[in-house]
Ligand binder design. Structure first.
Ligand code: ADE
Length: 257
């Protein structure tokens, strides 16, 4: 099959000024330190018929609404992944409109591209790495990139402030990676592999809300240690890094007007 060239979708740029933020963090372990750092309310249900949880508060002149995916009633684990991410953000925007969405969380990184445990990545663009549809135009849509809302200058400013790297993030439904996916990450020069951002970007595009994303590395996809072992070992450390960075990121957002 001849491949059609794949599009890059763009998102609404950041509006001036930002006063309200919807922060989507899939896992409770990733979110609790951020909630403490921002002195947010205790979690409560976002709405009936959803497991998503909402904490809110004022931080440095910004209205913050922190949404997590919530837990599966049967298995007691967090509803991670693109489906729950898109659902939670769409439902949150219905009742909690915001000037910007920030997706923060952990990700797999790549030592060969400068990644390290606890290092931060600020997303320039995102795509799905496990959507493959061998049909004309469907294939191009499956491979599409979405450019997030920050300009190059804004990305560079945040990267300097947070000592973060700027680059491509890739989203799928799995914690591990196949050899084909690893080859894909090399071709795409991916800096972070995770399970929510591309799905959140679909909602941001549909709703016309600017989106930015900050990821902290728990495991190195191109090293020997299995992702699930490194993830469990490093989750608290990488999440603490996110919690330290979030007030700085919000301060930057507030200061830009
Ligand atoms: N979150 C943290 N590490 C990850 C990985 N290797 N893949 C997907 N999501 C992750």
């Amino acid at each position: 099959m001849r491949e059609t060239s794949s599009p890059t979708f763009t998102l609404t740029p950041l509006a001036q000024p930002v006063r309200s933020v919807l922060l989507y963090v899939a896992m409770e372990a990733e979110a609790s330190g951020i909630a403490t750092a921002l002195a947010l309310s205790a979690p409560r249900s976002l709405r009936a018929s959803s497991t998503a949880m909402l904490r809110d508060g004022e931080h440095n002149g910004l209205r913050i609404q922190l949404v997590t995916a919530g837990r599966d009633a049967l298995l007691g684990v967090d509803h991670i992944g693109p489906v729950f991410g898109a659902l939670a953000v769409a439902r949150a925007l219905d009742t909690c409109p915001a000037d910007v969405i920030i997706n923060a969380g952990t990700a797999g990184g790549f030592q060969s591209r400068g990644g390290a445990i606890g290092a931060l990545v600020i997303a320039r663009d995102v795509q799905f790495h496990d959507c493959r549809v061998e049909l004309p135009n469907f294939d191009a849509l499956a491979r599409a990139h979405t450019r997030l809302s920050l300009s190059d200058a804004e990305l560079d400013a945040i990267a300097t402030l947070l000592h973060a790297s700027v680059g491509g993030v890739s989203t799928g439904s799995s914690l591990g990676a196949t050899s084909n996916e690893i080859a894909f990450f090399t071709r795409e020069k991916t800096l972070a592999k995770e399970m929510e951002l591309a799905a959140v970007a679909v909602v941001a595009r549909e709703r016309g809300v600017p989106l930015l994303a900050l990821k902290s590395i728990t495991d190195l996809v191109d090293q020997h240690e299995p992702a699930h072992e490194a993830f469990v070992k490093n989750l608290a450390f990488a999440s603490a890094r996110l919690a330290r960075a979030m007030p700085q990121l919000l301060q930057w957002l507030r200061a830009r007007g």
